[in-house]
Design a protein. Structure first.
Length: 379
């Protein structure tokens, strides 16, 4: 017989441990589900912006003045540049709504011969339909956007169809893409502007090694007022600033849940201990040291908290999976099923609760004397 066995006590007194187990499960579910939702926002910024600019840098002029010749020469001769794509005049943007927030989708106007190379470099595949023909008001969109707007090949989008579309005119969908980047692409050069002239106004150039910032540093020095440079690091900094607000909200919510659970579970543990005070008095009377009994209380509480953490993680994963299958995937949205930082944050709940909720029970145990039990006095 092992009177200090954590597993045997929990197994034989499962009903007593159930309130703590349920409370821990709910607390972990709240924190981890919120972390998955915020992670979906991070993923949304990746697929709409960061993944594109991790492969490409955009340089364009916002007026009639061209991109400086030394910029173009430096870009064309730099060993870290893969290929250069001219950007025809932008006709607007589309809006993608994620599970938590929304982002703008880049609608790029490219020469037809550049479209396949551009998509391949992003690991984006045309899974349905065909590429847009030049000067025919045709467009390809991502699977996520098509699902969200209930669109299919042959449908029309644009401001002439509905003001909800941020792209000017009326465009026929000819293809659906899938991959780690959400973009929309048209191929309209109705003014027949030569490729060389367009190259002087706006370009995308691919980056071989994103960690090599020498070219970006060169372009960013004394940049003319008419030149706009959009690169991975400027986009990432903007996205990080936006996501930091969500991080602050997550920290605040986690702190509040931990405080509330420490108070509530501390009261539950105290009530449970009062019901077991005679048991601990007997153990003390037969020779068990108070330190061993303190450790017994902590092990029992930690074991139940750990079970609550595991069940909370499993339950949250199941909830996220069902939400994806039943609600989000059919509308082009998603919640990730795993978030390492969220799992670590949720683990703080059982860690803090397992220690802080024992303050009152241990204080009471310190006042419990073996002589009181031997003399028949329980309280």
């Amino acid at each position: 017989m092992n009177p200090l066995s954590t597993f045997k006590y929990t197994k034989n007194n499962f009903r007593k441990a159930l309130p703590i187990l349920v409370a821990m499960t709910v607390g972990v579910l709240l924190i981890y589900l919120f972390s998955l939702i915020t992670q979906s926002t991070t993923e949304m910024t990746h697929i709409t912006y960061t993944n594109l600019f991790s492969k490409y840098t955009m340089v364009c002029s916002n007026n009639e003045n061209p991109i400086p010749k030394d910029y173009l020469d430096k870009i064309s001769t730099d060993s870290n540049v893969g290929h250069i794509i001219p950007l025809i005049k932008n006709e607007g943007n589309l809006q993608y709504n994620g599970a938590f927030g929304s982002m703008t989708i880049n609608c790029l106007n490219l020469y037809k011969d550049d479209i396949s190379k551009f998509l391949d470099s992003l690991n984006v595949k045309l899974t349905k339909g065909t590429f847009p023909k030049e000067n025919t008001n045709e467009i390809i969109v991502s699977k996520e956007y098509a699902l969200q707007k209930k669109l299919k090949i042959g449908d029309y989008i644009g401001s002439e169809v509905s003001f909800s579309y941020g792209i000017n005119g009326k465009y026929k969908i000819t293809g659906i893409t899938e991959g780690p980047a959400i973009v929309a692409i048209i191929s309209n050069n109705k003014e027949n502007i030569p490729r060389e002239k367009i190259m002087n106004q706006a370009i995308l150039f691919s980056i071989k090694n994103i960690k090599d910032k020498s070219l970006i540093n060169y372009l960013s020095q004394d940049t003319p007022k008419n030149i706009i440079i959009t690169d991975y690091y400027s986009v990432k900094n903007t996205m990080d600033d936006m996501l930091s607000i969500i991080g602050t909200l997550t920290f605040t919510l986690t702190s509040m849940i931990i405080i509330v659970m420490c108070i509530s579970l501390g009261n539950l543990n105290y009530i449970s201990f009062l019901n077991r005070k005679y048991e601990f008095g007997v153990l003390s009377a037969v020779g068990y040291q108070k330190s061993s009994l303190y450790f017994k209380l902590w092990k029992e509480n930690s074991f139940v908290c750990l079970l609550g953490y595991i069940s909370g993680m499993l339950l949250t994963t199941l909830v996220a999976f069902l939400l994806n299958q039943a609600v989000l995937y059919p509308t082009g949205k998603f919640i990730p099923l795993w978030n390492g930082s969220g799992a670590a944050t949720a683990f703080l709940i059982p860690v803090f609760v397992s220690f802080l909720s024992l303050i009152l029970p241990i204080k009471e145990l310190m006042k419990t004397e073996a002589l009181d039990v031997i003399g028949g006095v329980i309280w």
